[in-house]
Design a protein around this ligand. Structure first.
Ligand code: NI
Length: 209
């Protein structure tokens, strides 16, 4: 049994978050070192808690990310809040050397997101509603999967990490809020309310089809 340890999470300002990560040699997925890293990333994501973690966030410049969402992460979200985010259970998923392409035309959805490497802040980011991800899993088997809603947001955020991109590069800068202000003012409300008050724009028909 692997005995994983929590890994320290790297914060923005560290160059490892700004460099394109290196592809994983699929043969390395058979090594105890890489399997241990995956296990450590899983417990680190769960403990944070977060819904995704990319290897550069633990200081490892490899194209590897873990994702997971579900009731244990939804916390205090009401059913309405969860529906507004199109947030559905996403089983634990490992993406190795992923590529991602939008498959929704240009159906963008803007919502608040945050990042474990950008503590204390949250902001509105436009993401594709539906994406196709091709990758390898933790056993080196091909993954070819369509992600939609919040899972698509998580996948885009994590694949961005592997290219040296943070959500700060895509955020509506005027939407940036401390987590305290978000909790006090904007949680449970449509991003449109914050857009009006803070002075940023949303895609037309945001959050609706
Ligand atoms: Ni992140």
């Amino acid at each position: 049994m692997i005995d994983p340890d929590l890994l320290p999470i790297v914060d923005c300002g560290d160059p490892v978050l700004r460099q394109p990560a290196q592809p994983v040699d699929p043969a390395d997925l058979r090594t105890p070192e890489l399997q241990r890293l995956i296990a450590q990333m899983r417990v680190t994501m769960e403990a944070a808690p977060g819904v995704g973690l990319a290897a550069p966030q633990v200081g490892v410049a490899l194209q590897l990310a873990v994702l997971q969402d579900g009731p244990e992460r939804w916390g205090q979200l009401t059913d309405g809040d969860r529906a507004a985010r199109e947030r559905n259970a996403l089983p634990f998923t490992v993406l190795v050397n992923p590529t991602l392409e939008p498959v929704d035309g240009d159906d963008l959805v803007s919502f608040y997101e945050g990042c474990l490497s950008v503590p204390g802040l949250t902001g509105v980011v436009a993401r594709h509603r539906t994406v196709r991800v091709q990758a390898l899993d933790q056993h080196g088997q091909p993954v070819d999967e369509i992600f939609s809603g919040w899972a698509a947001r998580i996948a885009q955020h994590e694949v961005d990490h592997l290219g040296g991109c943070l959500y700060l590069d895509r955020v509506e800068t005027r939407s940036l809020s401390t987590v305290d202000n978000y909790t006090e003012r904007w949680a449970g409300r449509s991003p449109a309310v914050a857009a009006g008050a803070l002075g940023f724009t949303l895609p037309p028909d945001n959050g609706t089809r």
